[in-house]
Design a protein around this ligand. Structure first.
Ligand SMILES: [Ca+2]
Ligand SMILES: [Ca+2]
Ligand SMILES: [Zn+2]
Length: 284
C-alpha cells in the first residue's frame, strides 16, 4: 500500500495504524521521478548486459482492468504500456546502479475497460472492490491483475500478498490509482513506481519499515531496519540503531518516486521464493 505525503501528514496516526495492520495482516496493501526515469532511459540499464550470471527471466502475464464512470476516467493505452516499461526497468535493476536484478518480466496480455461508477471509486476492502474483482479477474496465481481506479482518497494503490491467493483467488492482484500511472497528476508519485511497490507486495515483499527496529524487520536480511515510513527523500535518515541508514531508496518504502529506485538482492530472493512456492504453481 502507498499513500501520498499530504494525506499522510493530515492523518498522522491513522497511517501508523495502517502500517501495523499491513504487518500483522499481510493481505491487502499500498502505495508509489520523471527526470530520473528519463536519465535512465537515455543511458539504458547499465547492469543487465554486464551480469552474465543473470537468469533468463520468467514472463508474468498482466491483465489490466481500467475502470471509469459514464463521463470520466479511463487512461490511454500508451500510459499502460509506459507503466509496464517502468516496472520492467525497475525489476531489471535499471533505475539505480545499486538496484538488484529480479528475473521476472511483465508482459501486457490484455486491457479491458469497464464503465461502473461504483467500481471506479472503489476503496480497499469495499464491496465495490470485491464485485469488480470477481467480475474482471483473469488467469491464475501466476498472472498479475491490475485494477486502475479513480480513488479519491490518499491511497495510491494496494495489493494482495501471494499467501492470500488460495483463500481468495478472485481478489488477487494490485490496484493503482490512475493518478499514479506514469504521467499522472500526483506529482512526486506519478512516475509509475507505485505499481513497482504494489507488485512487490504481490510477490511477497513487506514494507522496509515493517517490524520497525525489531530483530525481524521486513524478513529480508539486506534492508536496514527502519522505524517508520519515509515520505519525501530524507537521504541521511537513520531511525534505528541497527547498522545502515534507512532504506529510503527502496521501492518498498513510501518515498517520492524520484527517490525510490531499487530492490535488494535479498528482496529479489524473497520474491522468487514466493513466486516458486505460491504463484508458479500449476493449476493454482
Ligand atoms: Ca540504522
Ligand atoms: Ca524511482
Ligand atoms: Zn505498501
Amino acid at each position: 500500500m502507498r499513500r501520498s505525503t499530504s494525506l499522510a501528514s493530515a492523518i498522522g496516526i491513522a497511517v501508523l495504524a495502517f502500517v501495523v495492520s499491513d504487518h500483522v495482516l499481510p493481505t491487502a496493501r499500498l502505495i508509489r521521478a520523471e527526470a530520473e526515469q528519463r536519465a535512465v532511459s537515455r543511458k539504458g540499464p547499465a547492469r543487465p548486459e554486464l551480469d552474465t550470471r543473470r537468469r533468463q527471466p520468467t514472463v508474468v502475464r498482466v491483465f489490466v482492468h481500467v475502470l471509469r464512470d459514464a463521463t470520466s476516467g479511463g487512461v490511454a493505452r500508451a500510459r499502460i504500456e509506459r507503466q509496464i516499461a517502468v516496472m520492467n526497468l525497475a525489476y531489471a535493476g535499471g533505475q539505480s546502479a545499486r538496484g538488484s536484478y529480479v528475473p521476472l518480466v511483465f508482459r501486457l496480455a490484455r486491457v479491458d475497460v469497464t464503465a461502473n461508477a461504483g467500481w471506479f471509486r472503489m476503496e480497499e476492502g469495499s464491496v465495490a472492490e470485491k464485485n469488480a474483482k470477481r467480475t474482471l479477474h483473469r488467469g491464475d496465481a501466476s498472472d498479475l491483475n491490475v485494477y486502475v481506479t479513480g480513488s479519491r482518497s490518499g491511497l495510491l494503490g494496494w495489493a494482495t500478498q501471494p499467501t492470500a491467493y488460495r483463500q481468495a483467488p478472485m481478489l488477487d492482484g494490485i490496484t493503482i490509482s490512475r493518478r499514479a500511472l506514469p504521467g499522472g497528476l500526483t506529482g512526486p508519485y506519478s512516475s509509475g513506481d507505485v505499481a513497482v511497490h504494489e507488485s512487490g507486495h504481490w510477490l511477497g515483499l513487506l514494507h522496509t519499515f515493517t517490524g520497525r527496529c525489531g530483530t525481524r524487520g521486513d524478513l529480508v536480511g539486506d534492508t536496514p531496519r527502519e522505524s517508520r515510513p519515509s515520505y519525501t527523500c530524507p537521504r541521511t535518515r537513520d531511525t534505528c540503531a541497527a547498522p545502515g541508514r534507512d532504506p529510503i531508496h527502496n521501492f518498498m518504502d513510501y518515498s517520492y518516486d524520484r527517490c525510490m529506485n531499487r530492490l535488494t538482492a535479498g528482496q529479489a530472493t524473497r520474491m522468487m521464493r514466493a513466486w516458486s512456492a505460491l504463484r508458479a504453481v500449476p493449476g493454482a
